[in-house]
Design a binder for this molecule. Structure first.
Ligand SMILES: NC(=O)c1ccc[n+]([C@@H]2O[C@H](COP(=O)([O-])OP(=O)(O)OC[C@H]3O[C@@H](n4cnc5c(N)ncnc54)[C@H](OP(=O)(O)O)[C@@H]3O)[C@@H](O)[C@H]2O)c1
Length: 334
């Protein structure tokens, strides 16, 4: 018996912000799984800003996507058929084979989801890669102390909203920047002290100065560019800068001038450290345990923005660059 499934392929490398014509839907036929394999129907897939980096043809910490091939990314699926005793029909599994409705893979390459009372797609967000990014970046690099002020850009996103709430749990004052009033309202309702709408505030530096009159001790950077420059300006001596992402730069058509105040790194004795979440896989069990506890105590809230259907995955991805998501951007496939 064959199984028909659609997938999204990259048809051209984006120039600037990606557009729909950089992608195409294709249909494939999947045979029965061979010995040791499973056939999985994806239920949810993730779109993430780092995927933009894989659309450039350049060396990085992950290889570039290839033209004409299906894209890849985090996904949660259900086993439809298995020829391996480790997986049964109906099992929920996590894979890196998103951007397709179904796939066949070696059973050993699939992670069975742990029993949990949250919806499975939370393992693509608050309990998954973005959650671990927030947890490890903030706690290991940011080293927040009770009473510190933490500034997080991209504050209403998948990573940023978790950073903001962990910082609150650790007894910090939290200032977040976001791109809409609706996002600001949500973060306030989740307990964030001060939220700056960088699109409407007029002068970001002044707005952050007002929100953090005693300066900042930790900056969690999701945005780069003007936000990084502002953070350098308001940083207290010995502040820690967690360089997680720079989404404002990902679609640049030419190189942009960097922050013009990098000299503060010396004068204020700042520490800036970039990281990639895979470097913190060893924290996964502790992260899941802590996050599960915080969720159970009602101290961790999350939002999802959901596009439906594989054909809408490119729109969901493109939407990341205009702030179309509050919380985790997801595509529901089945
Ligand atoms: N280092 C790592 O291992 C790692 C892992 C995961 C993610 N990241 C990085 O973490 C950051 C957040 O990722 P995420 O998955 O949580 O995405 P996200 O924040 O859920 O979604 C992206 C958000 O970025 C904001 N944005 C888009 N363009 C912007 C611009 N030009 N200036 C300011 N804000 C802009 C938008 O929110 P607004 O409406 O607020 O503008 C948008 O909703 C990204 O930079 C990503 O690359 C790094």
């Amino acid at each position: 018996m064959t199984f028909r499934a659609r997938e999204i392929r990259l048809t051209s490398r984006p120039s600037g912000v990606p557009t729909a014509d950089n992608f195409a839907v294709a249909e494939v036929e999947l045979p029965d799984p061979a010995q040791g394999q499973a056939l999985v129907r994806n239920l949810w897939m993730s779109v993430d800003p780092y995927m933009r980096g894989r659309m450039y043809d350049r060396e990085s910490y992950v290889p570039p996507f290839q033209i004409g091939e299906a894209l890849q990314g985090g996904a949660i699926g259900e086993v439809v058929a298995s020829s391996d005793p480790s997986l049964q029909k109906g099992d929920l599994v996590e894979s890196f084979l998103g951007w397709r409705e179904a796939f066949i893979a070696p059973a050993g390459s699939l992670q069975k989801l742990p029993a949990h009372n949250v919806a499975p797609q939370a393992f693509l967000g608050v309990l998954g890669m973005p959650g671990l990014t927030a947890y490890a970046g903030l706690l290991e690099i940011g080293q927040p102390q009770a009473g510190n002020t933490v500034f997080v850009s991209g504050g209403a996103g998948a990573v940023g909203s978790v950073v903001a709430q962990i910082a609150k749990i650790k007894g910090c004052k939290v200032v977040a920047s976001v791109g809409s009033e609706e996002k600001a309202r949500w973060l306030k309702s989740a307990g964030v002290d001060e939220v700056v709408n960088y699109k409407s505030c007029g002068n970001l530096l002044e707005a952050v100065r007002v929100a953090a009159p005693n300066g900042i001790d930790v900056y969690f950077d999701n945005v780069g560019g003007d936000h990084l420059e502002v953070a350098l300006e308001v940083a207290n001596p010995f502040a820690r800068f967690v360089e997680c992402g720079m989404i404002s730069q990902y679609n640049n058509l030419s190189s942009q001038p960097g922050p013009n105040n990098l000299f503060y790194i010396v004068g204020k004795s700042l520490k800036l450290q970039g990281f990639i979440v895979i470097q913190f896989q060893h924290l996964r069990d502790k992260f899941v345990a802590d996050m599960t506890q915080w969720i159970g105590e009602g101290r961790m809230k999350w939002e999802e923005t959901v596009f439906s259907g594989i054909e809408n995955a490119p729109s969901a991805f493109i939407g990341l660059f205009s702030g179309a998501n509050t919380g985790k951007m997801l595509v529901k496939l089945a």
